[in-house]
Design a protein around this ligand. Sequence first.
Ligand SMILES: Nc1ncnc2c1ncn2[C@@H]1O[C@H](COP(=O)(O)OP(=O)(O)OP(=O)(O)O)[C@@H](O)[C@H]1O
Length: 280
Amino acid sequence: MDATRPAADADTRAVVEPPVVDIRGLATVFGRGDEAFTVHDDLQLTVQRGEILSLVGGSGTGKTVLLRHILGLTRPTRGSVEVLGRSAAELVGGERASSRVGMLFQHGALFSAFNVLDNIAFALRELGTLPPALVNDAAMVKLRLAGLKPEHATRMPADLSGGMIKRVALARALIMDPPLLLLDEPTAGLDPSSSDEFCALLRELHAALGLTVIMVTHDLDTLYALSTRVAVLADRRVIVTGTPQEVARFDHPFIHHFFLGERGRRAMAQPPAASSSKEA
Ligand SMILES: Nc1ncnc2c1ncn2[C@@H]1O[C@H](COP(=O)(O)OP(=O)(O)OP(=O)(O)O)[C@@H](O)[C@H]1O
């Protein structure tokens, strides 16, 4: 187990391929002078192609801020965030952003005035490079990929269940075929059965599309179902990475609370569902 990096022998690709995400010496400080508040300090994290990395940490430890840095929406105070070999800051806006990184926001963040198909098609339509019929065809492909039916295309977001909203948001995140997918609490607000179904869909798409996934989650069942690796944010940095079982053995108050409480022991007792799990 390594405090900041995947084990070199975890996967030979890790040695020969550049990481999909490479974060070095990252610091995030909000405010100035007496008001300064340090969220991250000398944080390192690398994510290799094909991983499903779960980012866990207590409330306010900077998980969402880190996702925003990776998306290029915000810049750290110090350090570098590289995504697919380029600075994340170069990603912002237009085709380059959504064709490299897809983002599934916690509550779906669908446009309430657009129907399902128009929500899915949004980024591709905005590009203006394809005729409308082809944009619709591409959106229909993603709609089906996300496990929705053609008859759902004309529904409005207000008429969708929580599970369907997640699926539409996922289809929208994938419209430009990004190699990297960021998930913020993908199963939050879903009942256990919808949550299991959504995890199964994410696992299928991860394998079928060869995605790299970074996921923020507080849900241990989701973590055990999907993660190939877990990174724990505490004390302003990534204190440990490893398989869920390895990380659970690391001695830190947050980890004791998160993994070894009753809820954690129950989730750990489930057989690991991620077929691509690898020992670090
Ligand atoms: N733009 C900002 N200006 C000032 N402080 C901010 C800003 N964005 C985030 N913060 C602060 O940074 C800290 C980390 O926030 P963040 O939302 O990343 O936490 P989190 O780990 O995602 O928490 P949670 O699990 O509760 O969602 C919080 O204290 C938050 O108030």
